[in-house]
Design a protein around this ligand. Structure first.
Ligand code: ADP
Ligand code: MG
Length: 593
């Protein structure tokens, strides 16, 4: 075939293949145009999953009569004029190809009226060929109507799925765009049904109604605000608490300068920040807005502009990781707000049903005794169990301390405590595990983990491949406070153990830590592998169920939790404590106050 220049229409259809994949892509391009035009209200109407109609109406700046026809021409845009403009683009669009692409594969009607213009202007096009523009009635703003998408491109039509599937894509897309701009009002309708109504939320700190509409009430109850600034970067938004993590990564929203993106650098930084507080296979929920100097990010990396390229992706990654890390570190027991605003957002509530299934007093309620055995490890960091422990007051005082005063131990598993608000229930092992883990990490950060020489070295029998693995990770073990040596092909001697773990069977400690190390060896991230080792140490060392604790020991653990970052959840992301307020207790007993 001889070389030839392709006809305009065919060029548009090829371009449409890149930008317009399915009905949801049309919705995206049209809403983005409305946002770029400064709309305060956007109304979207869909019929038959978008294949028969997509209509987007806005109250934005509109177009002058002579611009309306031009908007359908290829590479016609009002958003950039030069390469410099492209380098610092602030609008969502700039390529000037959405409208001509859509027009080339549909029946399109564009109606627009600029503020101050006497009337509107209308232009209709079919398969890309437009009829002359003519005056038409329209309020200031723009309406774009796209009918019979892909009617002239059967090959494309085959890729459009069922009405329900396409509608699902559209709903998720509109939700995402609605989150990107809480200050703009959105409404989405499918036929007669209204699927989303999101009035503009201006002058509010948190766009609750919008977050609720998209992520649901549980997210609102279990999220914390993020607000961090650093040089040309700032990060704002809300992140779900680890205890409210999800089985799917379906509630993770990233916005860069207002643009919804799915970006690996950003998602990875968030995943890393949650590493320490989430069990493997769980996913955090979040809505995060990154603001960055437009010069430092290339938004023209993808025709649909879903991906971005950061000039300095390492720095962006580190900033986000640290910002989220810091926010999550603050998830530790805080004093409750007031007697009426009872429960901090972070708490998993004990349901009345759960409470009813608890044993009654007398049946297994072990009051704190002066058990002689002391709590090994560092629960009582500043006051070793054998010496300067304060005796509890005869009547436990009502304190303002976030975790109150210990009353008793329940079934060797929970600590019961009271404060002004009511009853606190603390998962002893989970809490102690977190406290130890944070102490081990802090020691490592300061140089080395305190270790203690065993009076009598302990020999451990291992399979030869286990022994090889132990020797391979010897440096890691040394850093964690162990001293180990091979005594033969299947025998290892342990001479030192981490000081926090004194009292725990050294052989068991070593075996489990070794197993964790093997798991960690698969990790690409060195620090993550080392953390897993410390987490195992902490778990093995933490008080196990059915150990009797004295009241001072329990109190010491509570105080330690209050000082510990991330103490609201154990190393696997489960909650470590919960509060039952007097009011909730009263409700259980139908006692009005
Ligand atoms: P781009 O958005 O990349 O500029 P489009 O093909 O999407 O390209 O739109 C072309 C032009 O049409 C825009 O630059 C804008 O000037 C105008 N336009 C499109 N939609 C609207 C709208 N809803 N309100 C006002 N102007 C619009
Ligand atoms: Mg556009």
């Amino acid at each position: 075939m001889a070389i030839r220049i392709l006809p305009e229409e065919l060029i548009d259809q090829i371009a449409a293949g890149e930008v317009i994949e399915r009905p949801a892509s049309v919705v995206k391009e049209l809403i983005e145009n409305s946002l770029d035009a400064g709309a305060r209200r956007i109304e979207v109407d869909i019929e038959r999953g978008g294949s028969s109609l997509v209509r987007v109406r806005d109250d934005g700046g509109g177009m002058q009569p002579e611009e309306v026809a031009l908007a359908l021409a290829r590479h016609a845009t009002s958003k950039i004029a030069s390469l410099e403009d492209l380098a610092s683009v602030r609008t969502l669009g700039f390529r000037g190809e959405a409208l001509p692409s859509i027009a080339s594969v549909s029946r399109l009607r564009l109606l627009s009226r600029a503020a101050g213009a006497e009337h509107g202007t209308e232009v209709v096009a079919e398969a890309g060929s437009a009829r002359p523009a003519r005056p038409a009635a329209h309020a200031p703003g723009t309406t774009v109507e796209v009918r019979d998408l892909f009617f002239n491109v059967p090959a494309r039509r085959k890729f459009v799925r069922t009405e329900a599937t396409e509608l699902g894509h559209i709903v998720r897309l509109v939700e995402r765009l609605a989150l990107s701009r809480p200050d703009v009002s959105f409404r989405l309708r499918h036929g007669e049904r209204t699927l989303l109504t999101a009035p503009a939320e201006t002058g509010v700190e948190r766009p609750d109604a919008r977050l609720r509409a998209v992520l649901g009430e549980p997210f609102l109850e279990h999220c914390v605000a993020v607000e961090q600034r650093g040089g040309p970067l700032s990060l704002e938004g809300w992140i779900g608490l680890p205890t409210a993590a999800r089985a799917q990564a379906d509630q993770q929203f990233w916005f860069v300068n207002g643009r919804a993106v799915r970006d690996r650098v950003l998602m990875n930084a968030a995943r890393m920040a949650y590493r320490d507080v989430l069990f493997h296979g769980r996913h955090p929920a979040y809505v995060l807005y990154l603001t960055i100097d437009p010069q430092l990010v290339d938004v023209n990396a993808h025709p649909a502009k879903l991906e971005v390229r950061f000039r300095e992706s390492r720095a962006v990654h580190d900033f986000i990781f640290r910002a989220l890390e810091r926010t999550l570190a603050a998830t530790r027991p805080q004093p409750s707000v007031s007697a009426n605003e009872l429960v901090p957002v972070s708490l998993a509530r004990v349901t009345p049903q759960a409470l009813r299934s608890m044993p009654r007093p007398g049946a297994g309620l072990a009051l704190g005794t002066s058990a002689r055995e002391s709590l090994h490890g560092a629960v009582v960091r500043d006051a070793p169990a054998s010496s300067a422990i304060e005796l509890p007051a005869a009547q436990p005082e009502l304190t303002d301390r976030p975790l109150g005063t210990a009353l008793a131990q329940l079934h060797g598993i929970y600590i019961l405590a009271q404060d002004r608000e009511g009853l606190l229930v603390i998962d002893m092992h989970a809490a102690h595990e977190r406290v130890l883990y944070e102490q081990l990490k802090a020691q490592r950060a300061q140089g080395s983990i305190a270790s203690q020489l065993l009076l009598a070295p302990v020999t451990v029998e291992l399979k030869s491949h286990e022994l090889d693995a132990a020797l391979e990770q010897r440096a890691e073990f040394t850093r964690a406070g162990f001293e180990i040596d091979a005594l033969g092909p299947t025998r290892l001697v342990v001479r030192r153990v981490p000081a926090l773990s004194v009292g725990v069977d050294p052989a068991a400690l070593l075996r489990e830590t070794l197993a964790a190390g093997e798991l960690g060896a698969g990790s690409h991230h060195l620090e993550a592998a080392a953390d897993r080792l410390l987490a195992t140490l902490a778990c093995r060392t933490a008080v196990h169920a059915h150990r009797r604790l004295t009241l001072p020991e329990m109190d010491a653990l509570l105080r330690e939790m209050e000082r510990t970052d991330r103490a609201n959840q154990c190393n696997h992301g489960r909650p470590t404590w919960t509060r039952l307020t007097m009011r909730e207790l009263d409700q259980l007993f139908l006692r009005g106050r």
